[in-house]
Ligand binder design. Sequence first.
Ligand SMILES: Cc1cc2nc3c(=O)[nH]c(=O)nc-3n(C[C@H](O)[C@H](O)[C@H](O)COP(=O)(O)O)c2cc1C
Length: 228
Amino acid sequence: MTRFRITCLALGLIALGGTVASAGGSGGSGDAVELPSPELGVDVPLHQALQERRSVRRYQDRPLTLAEVGQLLWAAQGVTDSTTGYRTAPSAGATFPLEVYLVSGDVEGLAPGLYRYVPNNHTLRLRKDSDLLAGLHASGLQQESLRAAPAVLVISAVHSRTARRYGARAERYVAMEAGHASQNIYLQAAALGLGTVAIGAFDDAGVAGVLSLPGNEQPLYLMPVGAR
Ligand SMILES: Cc1cc2nc3c(=O)[nH]c(=O)nc-3n(C[C@H](O)[C@H](O)[C@H](O)COP(=O)(O)O)c2cc1C
């Protein structure tokens, strides 16, 4: 039997609500929101999370906590070695082409809006302070899971970071990396009793427009998330 274990936080032990600090630092523009530490409490065996991983498209009508979204973001791209900057998911040549965003609708302690996850210091950077979920639902081909979710994680990619080193092969490497990050989110959601689904069918330009993504960034996955 596997001895690998996925840890998940003991809900309620971690304080709710983010600390809003002033803009600045290495994470880009916008207010910074400190996320609860991805320190961990309850153990869920990896084989159990794998067994329970499922695409979930309906969610309970309750908000997510900041600890829950923080844990999901950490699972997607969190830094696990502060010396190298290496992350929870592998990256071709450690070129780290992925960006992860949180589109918040109903998250305790977090105003609705668009936030960029900054792996190096496990914070969020506010990008837009308006509710973007309706726009995401429209650009996501009106998929019901996008309408129902209290929050959506978006995985996007800056291909040039990887193409600089690997040329045309970067296209497949970047897609592979999005898959790694997405599976991490799936497994972490299962371990937390949350549900998510990897959505690849959407209007690329529409999603990029709703999120005001830079021109060199391509959205790859939308992952609505909520309580199972
Ligand atoms: C690349 C990719 C794109 C997907 N796109 C969508 C999507 O647009 N909408 C959706 O509801 N599910 C989407 N899914 C989820 C699949 O429908 C789902 O994984 C499949 O039905 C198997 O179910 P399971 O994930 O519960 O095992 C996608 C999955 C992958 C891997």
